[in-house]
Design a protein around this ligand. Structure first.
Ligand code: NAD
Length: 319
């Protein structure tokens, strides 16, 4: 039978890609709850806004009274993407991160506790594990939480609340922790969109520190497919790490984009490193591979080609 999902933060980058994925591949109904912060773009939902299986409710998950409007029915699952998501902003002002990422998650857990949804998937991040040095093994689900900036601390706090509601109330709750995403619809303040848009406009590309910080990049559709699988087959109380198996230095990411765009490396400008930025993230996805049969399918050189193409089209007025 067709399920009805409540997706929060579905006007943001990953949430909008996820709704698009679900409407394409299933007959599920989706209610999208988003406050439309600076990061939520109504353009992100334009492709599916008229779908008969979709509705949008502008609401803030930090305000429990506002949320009630969205809970006019019982949902099969809540998938919580809504969050403040930019590390640099959390260093400048952590307040909205505490409200949206912690209090917002708490309000949704209360809804599950009240029986308003049968389960919830908390979309978390590998950043809760902190930083690795070059010889360390990748993060597993057992790696201790060691967040290093207010963004990752707020996400880790939310994860602990989810864990506590599972342990205390035996609610069907699952956490996913994914590595760095890239792809269409991402906000231009983020690393890869900024490189692409600056390169397209022949503007300087800032490269922080020595450029050797490492991230494990995953194409957003691979992440969406993993969440769908977790929704269908994930086990309550479990955490699933999701990674792209594409560890790259920031410098190599910039080189690849410049190469694909036929632009010169002279656009790169080395600038002072930022506070609170971790050296290396790498994620061990063997649990989700073994237990749910998921693996990333889109290699970086292909995913980045699609992403560049999407930003080019958007710059030319088409989305
Ligand atoms: P995003 O910033 O692009 O989108 C966040 C969305 O949440 C926006 O539409 C915003 O309007 C909405 N939102 C924020 N606060 C809200 C509130 N109080 N009430 C309702 N809506 C609210 O973020 P993203 O990159 O799409 O990330 C989505 C989720 O995935 C986040 O929870 C993030 O921590 C997690 N995540 C992101 C990445 C990544 O690389 N982008 C990696 C792993 C996990």
């Amino acid at each position: 039978m067709s399920q009805h999902l409540l997706v929060t933060g579905g006007a943001g980058f990953i949430g909008a890609n996820f709704i698009s994925y679900i409407l394409r591949y299933t007959d599920y109904h989706v209610t999208n709850v988003d406050v439309l912060s600076y990061a939520g773009d109504i353009g992100n939902i334009s492709d599916f806004q008229h779908s008969s299986n979709y509705r949008f409710i502008k609401s803030d998950i930090t305000k429990s009274y506002e949320l009630l409007a969205a809970f006019d029915k019982k949902y099969d699952a809540i998938i919580n993407f809504a969050a403040e998501s930019h590390v640099d902003r959390s260093i400048h002002n952590a307040v909205p991160f505490i409200y949206s990422n912690i209090n917002g998650t708490f309000n949704l857990l209360q809804m599950v506790l009240k029986g308003k949804a049968k389960k919830m998937i908390q979309i978390s991040t590998d950043e809760v594990y902190g930083s690795l040095s070059s010889n360390d093994l990748p993060f597993t689900e057992e790696t201790p939480l060691a967040p290093n900036n207010p963004y990752s601390a707020s996400k880790a706090s939310a994860d602990l609340l989810v864990r506590s509601y599972y342990q205390t109330h035996q609610l069907p709750l699952i956490i996913t922790r994914c590595s760095n995403n890239y792809g269409p619809l991402q906000h231009t303040e983020k690393f890869i969109p900024k490189i692409i848009t600056n390169a397209l406009n022949n503007k300087e590309i800032p490269l922080y520190g020595d450029g050797l910080n490492i991230r494990d990049w995953i194409y957003v559709e691979d992440h969406c497919r993993a969440i769908h699988l977790v929704l269908e087959k994930g086990v309550a109380g479990q955490i699933y790490n999701i990674g792209g198996a594409e560890e790259k230095t920031n410098r190599d990411v910039i080189y690849e984009i410049l190469k694909q765009l036929g632009r010169d490396k002279s656009l790169i400008k080395y600038v002072e490193d930022r506070k609170g930025h971790d050296r290396r993230y790498a994620i061990d996805s063997s649990k989700i591979t073994k237990e749910l049969g998921w693996k990333p399918r889109i290699p970086f050189n292909k995913g980045i080609q699609h992403t560049i193409e999407w930003f080019k089209q958007r710059q030319n007025g088409a989305r």
